[in-house]
Design a protein around this ligand. Structure first.
Ligand code: ADP
Ligand code: ZN
Length: 220
């Protein structure tokens, strides 16, 4: 699981973990944006919360994730990105894992100061086709990680404007930050300094994820 405020690099790191460790990237925000693009009832409901920088209600979010985690490609292991974001979601996830006879191998907390996040999100661009995140300065488009595009589908997310970013950061501190303690108490938390260069953060994240994965596969 990747835990961190908006803009800390969860999506970027999740892509690397997917490619390096053969895990399936499950991003709650991407699932909501997919529903919104398809204009499903769930997507239309979620879009209003997302625009305001608020969380989508737990019931809706948990139901969506429960369905996603039951799909065949989740069986080999997933990188959870953006879920859980509240204590109620964390408790629901524990129940789901129990029911699926799965467990959380570890939680990588990407720690970045707020000031840096505001600038980062202002320069973020996302590919509409493959969801890969880029950054105007820190991570400009070079090649598509999925060989699907030439960068022609990059766009700026509706919720990456300064006012919504500030609301999202406030939501993170209020609703999501308590999860740090929740997972630390369960000895699952690994803190990664997320404010270095992209190469440094990637090296730290991959190193931590590899040791968690080998511990999870090793003798119990
Ligand atoms: P970021 O991590 O950059 O803020 P995401 O793409 O993960 O962006 O999420 C975008 C928006 O989707 C959030 O601001 C929120 O409105 C909604 N969302 C995503 N995940 C959850 C969740 N687990 N619970 C409630 N709302 C969520
Ligand atoms: Zn692409």
């Amino acid at each position: 699981m990747l835990l961190g405020a908006p803009g800390t690099g969860k999506g970027t790191q999740a892509e690397r973990l997917e490619q390096d460790l053969g895990l399936t990237h499950v991003a709650s925000g991407d699932l909501f944006r997919g529903h919104a693009q398809q204009r499903t009832p769930l997507g239309l409901q979620a879009a209003a919360y997302m625009r305001g920088g608020d969380l989508v209600p737990d019931e809706v979010t948990v139901a969506m994730l429960r369905e996603r985690l039951q799909q065949a490609d989740a069986r080999a292991g997933v990188v959870l990105d953006g879920f859980p974001r509240t204590l109620a979601q964390a408790e629901a996830l524990d129940m789901m894992m129990g029911a699926l006879a799965r467990r959380i191998a570890g939680v990588l907390y990407l720690d970045v100061p707020d000031e840096e996040l505001v600038t980062r999100l202002a320069g973020r661009l996302v590919c509409r086709e493959c969801q890969a995140p880029f950054h105007l300065q820190a991570n400009p488009f070079a090649t598509c990680p999925y060989q699907k595009c030439q960068g022609e589908h990059l766009y700026r997310r509706d919720d990456d404007n300064p006012a919504t970013v500030r609301a999202r950061l406030a939501t993170f501190h209020e609703r999501t930050e308590p999860l740090i303690r929740y997972y630390r108490d369960r000895s699952l938390l690994v803190t990664i300094r997320g404010s270095g260069t992209l190469a440094d953060v990637t090296a730290a994240t991959l190193g931590a994820a590899r040791s968690l994965a080998s511990a999870a596969l090793g003798p119990a």
